[in-house]
Design a protein around this ligand. Structure first.
Ligand SMILES: [Zn+2]
Length: 369
């Protein structure tokens, strides 16, 4: 989050799908809705266009874990009036996440409990809801949504937004060096973007109605997205987002800084905005950034050390302090903001320029040569 993260144009198709999911979920919660009233004809009256209705009906016929999505939808429509009224409130409270990121704290919190009354059937209710809503991402986005990237409905699968096109559009938009063979940089850790996957900022396992929400999706590197880094960790404290950044809704906007930490010859994550201290701590804990960046800091130092040593050994003459300074400046001058870990390498350059550090370094190199 050192640099800006933008919602790309094709997010319009995700927004449209998010509205479809919310509309559909609330429709299932209507008091008069029953399993028998989840039919193709009824779906046609629910959706605004024939393309959306056809897409949703076809999606519902899909199967997952031995059950069709239609069976799950019918299951939810058949819940008691009380359960449906609770579910309706929960759907409304968990779909419009923007409400939790106002500039002035409102004290609003996202529900952390299950929408259903805690009894023997609660798990079954939840599993049906979760599987159905997650399928909009796992199957729906994967196979293509009901919308063109600009958010207009389409029946043409080849032109509809899907997982791959969204992922690629996002990567291309955020690519710092636009050359086809240039290394790409992860928007979260600023390391090399490898094994990219789409992260659900607020885990879809807890809030499945956010499975295709544009505000909730951000393609990041595999290392960032997996445990022991983000994995399925929560991004709120007991429902409150106050102490948390958000890639789209509360970006640190250039206030994060990396500083050298002398105690372990590593780096620390800091902020120029003191009121963000808790948010910085949480961001660091979420991705283990200091630990990962310190590893990079030390690895780059080792690389530089070895390259100076190798050059010196080939020359066969003792390394002068002047030559060491020169080689350091040459390397620092070549650092490029479009390359992975630029910020960490820049801190390394500053650290190595320190006179005492330079003398110690020089002595080490002379010793080893
Ligand atoms: Zn990353």
């Amino acid at each position: 989050m050192l640099r800006p993260i933008k919602k790309i144009e094709s997010a319009a198709a995700l927004n449209a799908t998010q509205k479809m999911i919310q509309r559909f979920a609330l429709w299932l919660c209507e008091p008069g809705r029953s399993a028998e009233k989840v039919t193709e004809a009824e779906i046609k009256t629910l959706m605004k266009t024939p393309q959306e209705a056809a897409w949703l009906w076809s999606f519902l016929s899909g199967k997952h874990n031995g059950k069709t999505h239609l069976q799950r939808a019918k299951y939810l429509a058949a819940l008691s009036a009380n359960q449906k009224s609770r579910l309706k409130a929960w759907v409304n409270a968990t779909t419009n996440v923007g409400a939790y990121f106002d500039l002035t704290p409102t004290g609003k919190q996202i529900p952390v409990d299950s929408p259903f009354i805690k009894n023997k059937a609660a798990k079954n209710h939840w599993d049906n809801l979760k599987d159905l809503m997650e399928a909009f991402y796992l199957k729906g986005l994967n196979q293509g949504l009901a919308y063109l990237p600009d958010g207009n409905p389409t029946a043409d699968k080849t032109k509809a937004l899907n997982y791959q096109t969204f992922r690629m559009d996002f990567i291309k938009y955020h690519q710092l060096d636009k050359h086809e063979f240039a290394r790409e940089v992860c928007v979260m850790c600023n390391g090399e973007l490898r094994n990219t996957s789409i992260d659900h900022w607020i885990p879809k396992a807890d809030y499945p109605l956010l499975s295709v929400c544009a505000d909730n999706l951000v393609p990041i590197c595999g290392e960032c997205n997996q445990s022991p880094n983000k994995g399925k960790k929560k991004v709120h404290t007991g429902g409150s987002f106050e102490d948390w950044f958000h890639p789209h809704l509360r970006h640190p906007s250039g206030t994060l800084i990396i500083t050298h930490q002398t105690s372990d010859f590593g780096v620390a994550l800091n902020t120029t905005r003191t009121s963000d201290a808790a948010r910085v701590r949480n961001l660091n804990a979420l991705f283990n950034l200091e630990q990962r960046w310190t590893r990079e800091f030390k690895a780059e130092y080792r690389k530089l050390y070895n390259s100076i040593l190798t050059r010196q050994q080939k020359k066969g003459t003792p390394l002068s302090l002047e030559s060491l300074c020169h080689q350091l400046e040459e390397w620092a001058d070549g650092l490029n903001p479009n390359q992975p870990h630029y910020e960490v390498h820049r801190v390394l350059a500053e650290t190595l320029r320190d006179a005492n550090r330079l003398m110690t370094w020089h002595a080490q190199l002379i010793d080893e040569a």
